[in-house]
Design a protein around this ligand. Structure first.
Ligand code: 5AD
Ligand code: SF4
Length: 491
């Protein structure tokens, strides 16, 4: 069955003529794509006798990153090797983001550079996929002005990469295949993970919240949760291969499981993940304040594996703006929630996202945002200038804020966020923390790792410690990271 559900760009895939298809009767979508991986391998051997080198780059959030690792896993399994830069590669692949306009501009900038590389090397293949490709005007522009792009697909058919790439290798023309939505979740695809000891795990896809500024529900579609059995099986498998830290990922993990045939809560999923042997740290991202349950707070407080770090995007401190943002909570409720969490988990590290310059934001509204930052004590806040996204309700709201006003507010917010962040981070000075060692910091000749609170620490040590847990004294706070010294091995 062809599960092509149409095209946001109003165009079906143009796959060129006469290319043999792999029969897809009686096999799962995953099995089909694994067959295409094998078919690509054969074609690549013929077409690239010296091997095919690919350069893959991610833009955007951790969910995108995981999908980039999945596409990397698929092309790796075709027998290809990764290149260090675009100029060394036969195939350049970008997973795109469109949450703010500057993400789109970045991709257009990169395409400009690739155009000149492709002029001297016409065989260079360029592949674009992900969120930005779900926008009609983007695809129209690629079709008209970026004819040199070889393959374009979206967020809903990312699993089809092997099949589409097979056709691209055969046809040579521009292939664009965008789906408007899908109800499928494809399990068991290959994945080329950056670290062997920690990884993200998608637990759900899409978003149903329609915050009025946000394009995500339009480009990622309706919320779909993976079945708990599939998630637990994957984590067990990861644990058996040496993964000790998992980050459960979704646009709004607090509504995990609500749309399943047998609904389950996110808190109950966490309880099950906690039981998996070998997993030492559990993180999750992102939590919407409106859905953060008492049950979740209890599970966090009683767990020995869930990290005491919560990312709780507030977006604005003004109840009036929060209403216009369609966030379903107000300033008081956000503050109450933070105080409830701090009572249950006193050492919690709290981080947040804040948007400045939402349409209609007055000085008074902005002062409410500063007030919440002052009161909450965020360890880190990611601050964003409001970016108008075509098709979202906020884009047509009155009262778009002039750039100079937004910039001035943004500067004030950043100053406060940094001051409060430094104060919060400083609380660990002199303490001993358990660190998961992640990598070598070549510049400083040190190792780099993270505390359970998600704080980076650099310290002298042997690279053989990468992937293990060690006790480190937090000697010197440098604002948002520490210099430390190792106490004893703890792996
Ligand atoms: N403009 C600015 N920031 C945005 N975000 C989402 N949409 C926009 C936008 N249109 C921010 C929100 C979200 C984070 C991932 O990106 O703060 O939590
Ligand atoms: Fe966007 Fe809101 Fe969904 Fe987050 S919860 S992805 S901000 S619509």
């Amino acid at each position: 069955m062809n599960n092509h559900s149409g095209s946001a760009a109003g165009q079906a895939a143009d796959k060129g003529g006469g290319i043999p298809e792999i029969p897809n009767t009686n096999i799962s979508e995953t099995e089909l794509q694994l067959k295409y991986i094998e078919a690509c391998k054969d074609l690549i051997r013929e077409q690239y006798p010296e091997g095919l080198r690919y350069f893959i780059q991610n833009e955007g959030c951790q969910m995108n990153n995981l999908q980039t690792e999945t596409v990397a896993g698929m092309i790796r399994d075709m027998g290809c090797v990764s290149a260090d830069s675009e100029t060394d590669a036969d195939v350049v692949i970008f997973n795109t983001c469109t949450v703010r306009e500057n993400a789109n501009q970045k991709i257009y900038g990169r395409l400009g550079r690739l155009k000149s590389i492709k002029r001297s090397r016409p065989d260079l293949k360029i592949v674009l996929f992900g969120c930005m490709m779900q926008e009609e005007h983007v695809v129209a522009k690629i079709r008209e002005s970026y004819r040199f792009v070889d393959l374009v697909f979206g967020t809903h058919n990312m699993h089809k990469f092997p099949e589409l790439f097979y056709h691209s290798l055969q046809s040579g023309g521009q292939i664009i295949d965008i789906w408007t939505d899908t109800d499928q979740i494809i399990e068991g695809l290959p994945c080329d993970r950056k670290y062997s000891f920690k990884t993200g795990v998608n637990i759900m896809f899409g978003c149903n919240n329609f915050c009025s500024y946000c394009i995500v529900p339009y480009v990622r579609g309706r919320e779909k949760s993976r079945k708990p059995q599939a998630i637990l099986q994957e984590i067990e498998d990861l644990a058996s291969h040496g993964v000790t830290e998992v980050m459960l990922l979704g646009q709004n993990v607090n509504s995990y499981g609500k749309t399943l045939d047998t609904p389950v809560t996110f808190a109950s999923l966490l309880r099950e993940v906690e039981k998996i042997e070998g997993i030492r740290r559990i993180r999750f991202m992102t939590s919407h304040p409106k859905d953060l349950s008492d049950e979740l707070i209890e599970v966090m407080a009683s767990s020995s594996k869930i990290c005491h770090h919560l990312h709780l995007p507030m977006q604005s401190g003004s109840s009036r703006i929060l209403k216009k943002m369609n966030r379903h909570y107000d300033k008081e409720r956000y503050l109450d929630l933070v105080s409830k969490i701090r009572t249950a988990v006193p050492d919690i590290s709290l981080t947040t996202d804040i948007i400045v310059g939402f349409p209609g934001e007055t000085e008074e509204d902005f002062c409410d945002t500063l007030d919440v930052v002052e009161k909450c004590g965020f360890d880190t806040a990611f601050t964003f200038i409001y970016s108008k996204r075509t098709g979202t309700p906020a884009a047509s709201m009155e009262g778009q804020i002039p750039e100079d006003v937004v910039k001035e507010r943004f500067g004030r917010l950043l100053d406060l966020v940094q001051k409060k962040g430094r104060e919060r981070s400083g609380r660990f000075t002199g303490t001993v923390q358990e660190i998961l060692v992640e990598e070598e910091n070549r510049e400083k000749g040190l190792l780099t790792g993270r505390t359970g609170y998600n704080l980076l620490v650099h310290f002298p040590g042997d690279p053989s410690l990468i992937g293990s847990y060690v006790k480190v004294r937090m000697d010197e706070c440098k604002g948002f990271y520490y210099f430390g010294s190792i106490l004893e091995e703890n792996s």
